[in-house]
Design a protein around this ligand. Structure first.
Ligand SMILES: NC(=O)C1=CN([C@@H]2O[C@H](COP(=O)(O)OP(=O)(O)OC[C@H]3O[C@@H](n4cnc5c(N)ncnc54)[C@H](O)[C@@H]3O)[C@@H](O)[C@H]2O)C=CC1
Ligand SMILES: O=C(O)CCC(=O)C(=O)O
Length: 367
């Protein structure tokens, strides 16, 4: 991999390697774009097969956060960290403290949060060493676990997509097939059940399926059968790349609206969904509830205000649909266009010289 060629191709700002031998910390922080504000994105801990795979993941995820934050209307840029290691075996307090000090050294250019393999408890340790961490536990007056808020954003985003596809945003009587009933999807199922939707669920964990069947009267199906279910809406809430050559021909849903990141295996699958007349609510627009929630911590966390902001996901999905119709392009490209247009407009507005730039971080968390 030619790092600078890759960074030039997608316009990255910065890539940092953080090493601490005593704790075993090997972290890569990627900062993609800070036009809108400091780069905010979670820390993923994973056992990467190679260092190159870890760097690529950090870069790809950081760019995704630029688009997610811009589309969500946040004054934040995009960044992400990967820590190389097994989250079940390799974590220790010194590691997250050392990592926190590296983040502090960036002076606010990058703000972290949870991602796959890291928890609220890990954020609390990072918080001992830096001001620039969110997703910290509620005992610090912070937001805690973001999943229920992500679920709420996903629910309102699904309603906006339903309005376009079925003429009404009511989900009463609609059948929703949910792939993966983990932290986000279980809460999503609760909203759907309360509104009177019929649920079909699957998960590789029989325990997770059992919980959803018992709590919401959901019908359970095998993981491979979820795509071909007779349903109105398909909600991918487990893995990435599940919209691909094998699964697209099986789909009967008119709408795809779920929380999973990177749902399209390749861009051509977004084109194909458009041709098939299936409305795809782009992943990073509909699953932005989590980041909207943690970003609220930067202003002194207020749950009510955060939930109000997350309601905006409804209108963001509508905006994407409008751009898709206006420009005759698939929804995934419309989402990119919406994010890029916002970055360009803010960038133009900020070209005017000001003696003192307004700092985006109005209030820091107490420590
Ligand atoms: N937690 C959050 O706030 C956010 C989550 N997301 C994304 O939403 C998705 C779900 O996140 P969480 O609920 O936090 O994760 P989770 O790990 O709690 O839930 C995922 C569920 O999917 C199941 N699963 C895995 N492979 C499967 C397969 N092949 N078929 C069926 N089920 C399978 C797992 O057993 C698990 O129950 C992930 O893609 C995540 O990246 C995105 C933004 C924020
Ligand atoms: O939701 C979070 O905890 C952090 C934001 C993030 O990294 C994401 O949305 O993927």
């Amino acid at each position: 991999m030619e790092i600078f060629d890759y960074m030039r191709k997608y316009d990255y700002e910065q890539l940092l390697f953080c090493h601490d031998d005593a704790s075993g910390l090997k972290a890569v922080i990627a900062i993609h774009d800070t036009t809108l504000g400091p780069a905010l994105g979670g820390t993923r801990m994973w056992t990467y097969a190679t260092e190159e795979a870890a760097i690529e993941d950090a870069l790809r995820l950081a760019r995704g956060m630029t688009y997610k934050n811009a589309a969500a209307g946040l004054n934040l840029g995009g960044g992400k960290t990967v820590i190389i290691g097994d989250p079940r075996k390799d974590k220790n307090e010194e590691m997250f403290r050392a990592f926190g000090r590296f983040i502090q050294g960036l002076g606010g250019r990058y703000i972290t949060a949870e991602d796959v393999g890291t928890t609220v408890e890990d954020m609390d340790i990072i918080h001992e060493e830096t001001d620039f961490v969110t997703g910290v536990s509620q005992t610090y007056g912070s937001s805690g676990n973001p999943s229920p808020v992500t679920a709420y954003g996903c629910y309102v985003g699904m309603k906006a997509a339903a309005k376009e596809a079925f003429g009404s945003d009511s989900l009463e009587g609609k059948t929703v097939a949910v792939q993966g009933v983990g932290h986000v999807a279980f809460e999503l199922c609760r909203y759907l059940h309360e509104e009177g939707a019929r649920l079909i669920v699957t998960d590789i964990s029989t325990e997770a399926v059992k919980r959803a069947v018992e709590a919401f009267g959901a019908k359970a199906v095998d993981p491979d059968d979820i795509y071909a279910q007779d349903c109105d809406i398909f909600a991918p809430c487990a893995l990435g790349a599940i919209l691909n050559d094998e699964t697209l021909p099986q789909l009967k849903a008119k709408v795809i609206a779920g929380s999973a990141n990177n749902q399209l295996k390749e861009p051509k699958h977004g084109d194909r969904l458009h041709e098939m007349g299936i409305l795809y609510a782009p992943d990073y627009v509909i699953n932005a509830g989590g980041v909207i929630n943690v970003a609220d911590e930067l202003h002194g966390y207020n749950r009510e205000r955060a939930m109000k902001k997350v309601e905006q996901v409804y209108y963001n999905v509508q905006k994407v649909i409008d751009i898709s119709k206006r420009d005759g392009i698939p929804s995934y490209l419309a989402a990119d266009r919406m994010a890029e247009e916002r970055i360009a407009k803010v960038s133009r507005a900020r070209s005017q010289f000001l003696p003192h730039n307004k700092h985006v971080l109005e209030k820091r968390l107490p420590r």
